[in-house]
Design a binder for this molecule. Structure first.
Ligand SMILES: C[C@@]1(CC(=O)O)C2=NC(=C\c3[nH]c(c(CCC(=O)O)c3CC(=O)O)Cc3[nH]c(c(CC(=O)O)c3CCC(=O)O)/C=C3\N/C(=C\2)[C@@H](CCC(=O)O)[C@]3(C)CC(=O)O)/[C@H]1CCC(=O)O
Ligand SMILES: NC(=O)c1ccc[n+]([C@@H]2O[C@H](COP(=O)([O-])OP(=O)(O)OC[C@H]3O[C@@H](n4cnc5c(N)ncnc54)[C@H](O)[C@@H]3O)[C@@H](O)[C@H]2O)c1
Length: 188
């Protein structure tokens, strides 16, 4: 059974720390900014890939610290993603987060994660997050590609129309719900 509980986080309201500036750091920062360009992210690592540096020109919310990780980097952070090439450092960051009750993802080490990143399908306002319960990230990626291909671009228009109807509908909650269920029957 997949017991993971999916939530959609307003990541731009939080301050996220990413520890590690290699391929993994790049992948995670890209995933965060791809969903939320205004995300506030601090990345700490003694060596930082140039692709990450380039992102700072486009995303003012991204701050880079060329330092080794210190526990004080956790001050005022809400969420942490760690992916250095030093397993002891990853473990230390995870333990420091635990003692401060900060949610932490140790990339590629499911046992140390409080949450996993998901594969994300985006079509306008529609967003679908895919989890395989850690069984196969590659399957998650492929399934994302299938869904992206399948979903029509006109979907945004449908959502916009439904919003307009939703805002216009009068009556109590129950009446509105019945009407919206009726209108959207064709989608089944
Ligand atoms: C979805 C995605 C989101 C993201 O990272 O943004 C994501 N991994 C992605 C890609 C990917 N990761 C890996 C490969 C190489 C092929 C392979 O191993 O399959 C590829 C494929 C590729 O890159 O093409 C390596 C890998 N990943 C994990 C392990 C450890 C293990 O399984 O024990 C290892 C082995 C490391 C090693 O061998 O040392 C673990 C996790 N990876 C997760 C998420 C979480 C579970 C999500 C789920 O439930 O499916 C979880 C549990 C924790 C986490 O990291 O959050 C993103 C696709 C984004 C997209 O394109 O849509
Ligand atoms: N790259 C991948 O796609 C991938 C896939 C599976 C597993 N992994 C594993 O994930 C880990 C990270 O991979 P990578 O490709 O990003 O590595 P990398 O070598 O490209 O980058 C490692 C980063 O960690 C930083 N770092 C090291 N010690 C640190 C410390 N004390 N404080 C802060 N930062 C520190 C380095 O400065 C560097 O930025 C490796 O152990 C790798 O085996 C990577």
């Amino acid at each position: 059974m997949n017991t993971l509980f999916p939530i959609f986080v307003k990541i731009e309201n939080l301050h996220t720390l990413v520890v590690g500036g290699g391929y993994v750091g790049l992948e995670k920062v890209t995933a965060l900014l791809g969903n939320s360009p205004a995300a506030r992210i601090t990345l700490v690592a003694p060596e930082i890939r140039t692709e990450i540096e380039e992102l700072t020109h486009r995303y003012p919310g991204l701050t880079l610290l060329r330092e080794i990780y210190q526990p004080n980097h956790l001050t005022d952070k809400d969420l942490v993603i760690v992916g250095t090439n030093d397993k002891a450092v990853n473990r230390q960051v995870q333990q420091d987060c635990k003692s401060l009750k900060i949610l932490v993802n140790v990339a590629d080490t499911p046992d140390l994660c409080d949450f996993y990143l998901s594969s994300v399908v985006k079509k306008g306002d529609l967003k679908i997050a895919i989890s395989t319960n850690g069984k196969s990230p590659t399957f998650a990626k492929r399934f994302r590609e299938v869904l992206e291909e399948m979903l029509p671009d006109s979907l945004q228009e449908t959502l916009d129309n439904l919003t307009a109807i939703r805002n216009k509908l009068k009556g109590d909650f129950q009446e509105k719900l019945e009407r919206l269920n009726e209108i959207t029957k064709v989608l089944k």
